[in-house]
Write a protein that binds this ligand. Structure first.
Ligand SMILES: Nc1ncnc2c1ncn2[C@@H]1O[C@H](COP(=O)(O)OP(=O)(O)O)[C@@H](O)[C@H]1O
Ligand SMILES: O=C(CO)[C@@H](O)[C@H](O)COP(=O)(O)O
Length: 491
């Protein structure tokens, strides 16, 4: 659809430096036009919607041009949003979560606050290239005229909320925690981080709000063009991972493994202990609490590459390879990273036989198992560093969670039962739950009480009886081999 007009691949433009990754903001606007028109054509009854919320990829930023607010508050319902908003963005190509081009800005920020751990203590994370503050600093330094011409900077989530609200929507605490700008304890912008990033940021970002806030009624554009009720309220949008936590109704002790474009692992930490690996965000369903998250860049796109190379492009053949090969893959271990990852910063393919000797190739079936086992060993090893210890339930979500053979390997490697909900898009379900919760949250109704009768996640895989015996030693080997690759990368 619109992606072909904008010549993106996987929804993004990968620039020549292979570090800068952007998406045309008008492509996202067109996508919303298309979605809404399609729902209208299918006869969806918009007047029944009492409140709505949504989610967007985390960290990406949208730069609204000076004067854009006037346009946004006076949208003509006879025209599409992308026609109306064509001239509303000072930066037409929005930096997205895949970007890793802001290393210099990350170094500057860490130096300004007194070091990586201090930054993590304030904002929940050391400096990460994709985090919005560092992206903003880069725009300010490299495109000063565009920065000067900016009236408001929003995240993808609050940008999408703005389209429904017909005005600038607040950044919520949870998605706002992915910027290296928010103090996650006071839930206010950190002055030292703002000052070290760019001038006038407090005005440009607006006041952050709790993730359960009702922002106001839907704009008259949506009332007249699609038939929404005037009383339909817009609840703050949040990041896709926080929304997913809401959709899974994750509780303390659970761990969610999300298998989307990126793979993420998240949990509800018992203590607030930010470290140099992973992130702590404000919790999207309980404003006093937190969520911990790890992001792995090489998720589904890498699984697709190995599927294309070893399984003729078929998930069925890929799955059959998992069924034909044994738990532990006869000691073969693989690392597969198409692009430099976040956790850990490794690139390329690295294969080891059972003696830890590096080899150049595996047979196609061994390769498929090495990829999936390797990815899940990595998820478990790093989740344990983040505080995951109990062998309770693993909640799986994201596109690849519909593949039962992949999920069986997840259960074996974690030596834990795996549960899924009956929609693989938990971020979408979580947004619907949050839309329901927002209007009653202020009167003290808890998210979990409100949703106590919602369908429970279903058990989809239990670990093989030999799982612990096979994977306990392999996880130790995996940790050693990962360190060996990292050392080689550093030299
Ligand atoms: N049967 C399947 N087996 C494995 N992976 C799958 C299968 N079906 C879809 N996927 C993967 O799911 C991915 C999309 O996941 P999704 O959670 O929708 O993405 P996003 O994180 O961008 O929201 C696709 O890139 C695809 O590789
Ligand atoms: O950067 C992160 C989390 O920190 C990513 O998880 C993004 O939030 C978007 O991921 P996809 O939904 O495109 O996989």
């Amino acid at each position: 659809m619109s992606a072909s007009v904008h010549r993106t691949q996987g929804g993004v433009h990968l620039h020549e430096d292979r570090l800068t990754v952007t998406s045309p903001v008008l492509m996202w606007v067109k996508a919303l036009d298309l979605l809404m028109d399609k729902m209208k054509r299918k006869g969806f009854n918009f007047s029944m919607v009492r409140s709505l919320s949504g989610s967007g990829q985390q960290h990406g930023s949208v730069f609204w041009k000076r004067g854009a607010r006037v346009t946004l508050t006076q949208l003509d319902p006879s025209r599409t949003l992308h026609q109306l908003l064509q001239d509303c963005f000072s930066v037409s190509d929005s930096p997205v979560w895949m970007d890793s081009s802001s290393s210099q800005q990350c170094e500057n920020l860490q130096a300004a606050v007194g070091g990586a751990q201090i930054l993590a203590d304030i904002t929940g994370s050391r400096a990460y290239e994709r985090f919005t503050g560092n992206q903003i600093a880069k725009v300010h330094q490299r495109q000063p005229e565009k920065f000067q011409n900016t009236e408001r900077i929003l995240l993808v989530s609050s940008f999408a909320a703005s389209l429904f609200l017909g005005d600038y929507a607040a950044i919520d605490y949870s998605d706002g925690s992915g910027m290296n700008l928010l103090d996650i304890r006071t839930r206010c912008w950190s002055q030292i981080c703002l000052d070290s990033t760019a001038p006038d940021l407090e005005q440009l970002l607006g006041v952050p709000l709790p993730s359960t806030s009702v922002l106001g009624p839907i704009s008259s554009y949506f009332v007249h063009r699609y038939g929404f009720s005037e009383s339909c309220s817009v609840v703050t949008f949040t990041g896709d991972n926080p929304a997913s936590l809401a959709g899974m109704r994750l509780q303390q002790g659970d761990v969610t493994v999300s298998l989307g474009t990126s793979d993420t692992v998240f949990l509800w930490p018992q203590q607030l202990k930010p470290s140099l690996e992973g992130h702590i965000f404000c919790n999207p369903v309980d404003c006093q609490e937190y969520m911990a998250l790890l992001c792995f860049k090489n998720g589904s796109l890498t699984r697709e590459r190995i599927r294309n190379q070893c399984a003729g492009g078929s998930w069925e053949v890929f799955s059959a390879a998992l069924r034909k090969t044994q738990l532990g893959n006869n000691g073969n271990i693989g690392f597969y990273f198409d692009i430099v990852d976040i956790t850990p910063p490794i690139e390329g393919d690295h294969r080891f036989d059972s003696d830890d000797t590096e080899v150049s190739s595996f047979s196609p079936e061994v390769e498929v198992r090495a990829l999936v086992e390797g990815q899940f060993m990595s998820r478990r090893v790093h989740a344990e560093r983040l505080g995951y210890s109990t062998r309770t339930r693993v909640l799986a979500t994201g596109g690849a969670s519909s593949n039962s053979d992949i999920i069986q390997v997840l259960s074996d490697v974690f030596n834990a039962p795996v549960f899924t909900i009956d929609v693989s898009n938990s971020a979408c379900l979580g947004s619907a739950y949050r839309a329901l919760h927002g209007p009653v949250a202020e009167s003290g109704v808890s998210f979990f009480d409100l949703l106590k009768n919602a369908p429970e996640p279903q058990l989809v895989a239990t670990p093989h009886s030999a799982a612990e015996q096979v994977y306990a030693p392999m996880l130790k080997r995996y940790t050693r081999l990962e360190e060996r690759i990292l050392q080689k990368t550093r030299t």
